[in-house]
Design a protein around this ligand. Structure first.
Ligand code: ZN
Length: 287
């Protein structure tokens, strides 16, 4: 009996302490948050693996998670068009943080490109912002959040250096590729590649026949090295471009969401490594 009581007393503080409830808007951001909070907080992600956050429709479960949350992280830059309504209608008292705070956004045809995570130096900004936000919300654990963030940032920075080195070795005429939608502008900008896409920065718009024909002309003129399908968009359009140009599909890139468990991109780091590897294989194979 006495032993039982002792065990209960020892267990009590850990189980009784209410965990901070954190909501992240989409899977890539959810993973970054998990890397920073570890088991100090419970993380719920709204738009899951392989799902398209541009056109997401929140459900009752999402509203409940947002309502119960202490902290909410969103990407911002116009990515989650549904998030403001979801947050406002849930009546939540959670503090809302924008993970891209401080990042200079890229413009595509005058519109803000939301896919900032696709360059690793921006990933470092996200992680820094997440750690700072968690330190304000849960100051008792501030040191742990900062230490975890710093260890994670070291890994992101090492991969960034590696990426610069590997991609800089590609010949100049093997640096233009096509993806389904315009999700890799930040990657292109940071690492010296050119990405063309039949669909813009938002997956909602369908290209007209004329736009598609113009892109196919551009592909022929510019000497595109490879085509890639994405995990969140229908591969038909890219397949059609492959058929019309005779170019091969060089693999699948993870643009806006992680892969499901068992897939090649279950974390932000794994996703970036997978995309880098896929690009390198396809672009090194062309002559
Ligand atoms: Zn996108």
């Amino acid at each position: 009996m006495r032993v039982m009581l002792l065990v209960m007393v020892l267990l009590l503080p850990a189980t009784a302490a209410a965990q901070t409830k954190v909501v992240a808007s989409f899977s890539i951001l959810g993973d970054m948050v998990e890397q920073v909070v570890g088991d100090l907080a419970e993380v719920t992600t709204i738009v899951g693996p392989d799902a398209d956050a541009h056109v997401y429709m929140p459900n009752v479960e999402d509203a409940r998670a947002v309502s119960d949350a202490d902290v909410i992280f969103v990407n911002g830059l116009g990515f989650e068009t549904w998030s403001q309504t979801l947050i406002e209608s849930s009546g939540t008292t959670a503090q809302v943080f924008v993970a891209t705070e401080g990042i200079e956004p890229l413009l595509v045809d005058g519109e803000i490109d939301p896919h900032a995570w696709n360059a690793l130096p921006n990933g470092v900004v996200y992680v820094t912002n997440i750690a700072a936000a968690m330190a304000t919300v849960d100051p008792d654990n501030a040191d742990t959040y900062l230490a975890k963030a710093n260890a994670y940032i070291e890994r992101l920075s090492a991969l960034h250096v590696n990426t610069l080195q590997l991609l800089s070795a590609l010949p100049p005429d093997n640096r233009t590729v096509v993806t389904a939608h315009d999700a890799f502008g930040y990657l292109a900008d940071a690492y010296g590649l050119t990405f063309l896409a039949p669909v813009g920065i938002d997956t909602e718009a369908e290209p007209s026949a004329q736009q598609l024909a113009a892109l196919i002309d551009q592909i022929r003129e510019q000497g595109v090295a490879a085509l890639f399908v994405e995990n969140i968009t229908n591969p038909d359009l890219v397949q059609q471009i492959a058929n019309e140009t005779g170019l091969e599909i060089g693999g699948r890139l993870y643009s806006d969401a992680l892969s499901d468990r068992g897939g090649p991109a279950t974390s932000y780091l794994a996703m970036f490594e997978h995309n880098l590897g896929t690009l390198l294989v396809a672009l090194s194979a062309t002559n």
